[in-house]
Design a protein around this ligand. Structure first.
Ligand code: ZN
Length: 142
């Protein structure tokens, strides 16, 4: 068994807690054709355990962009600040949707850094969000 093995029962519990959507961009599992990842909030490479408190659901795009990063430089203040923690922090305190619903706006240093590092407005997500808005599926109500 590898160090990152996560039992199915734990995966299901974390996915349910995450509301079956990415903790960063809020894309629901139902909108994607590829399975969401079990994201280690503190990366395995930094000693993060594969335990419930360190796991959340993330889409492959967000998980790939986050990689092993845990902080970044706030574009407004140039301070180093930690990334958003989807398990411990409230999305709506740190982010909001743009008026047209296609862009994530960082409201706090944590939010601003996470928009940049996790690339929450990458072209693939923005293109998909335009369709979801047109279909009345997006942005999410909370
Ligand atoms: Zn995502």
């Amino acid at each position: 068994m590898s160090r990152t093995h996560i039992p199915k029962s734990l995966r299901e519990k974390v996915a349910a807690e995450a509301g079956q959507r990415c903790g960063y961009c809020l894309t629901p599992q139902l909108f994607t054709a590829t399975p969401m990842h079990m994201e280690h909030i503190v990366p395995v490479s930094a000693g993060g355990p594969s335990s419930k408190d360190n796991l959340w659901l993330a889409c492959p795009l967000c998980n790939g962009h986050k990689g092993t990063q845990t902080d970044g430089t706030d574009p407004a203040t140039r301070d180093r600040v930690p990334l958003f923690n989807p398990r411990r922090q409230s999305w709506s305190e740190h982010f909001r949707w743009s008026e047209d619903g296609t862009q994530v706006i960082g409201l706090t240093p944590v939010g601003r850094v996470t928009v940049v590092v996790v690339q929450l407005n990458n072209e693939h997500l923005v293109r998909a969000r335009r369709r979801w808005v047109a279909a009345g599926w997006h942005p999410p109500k909370e």
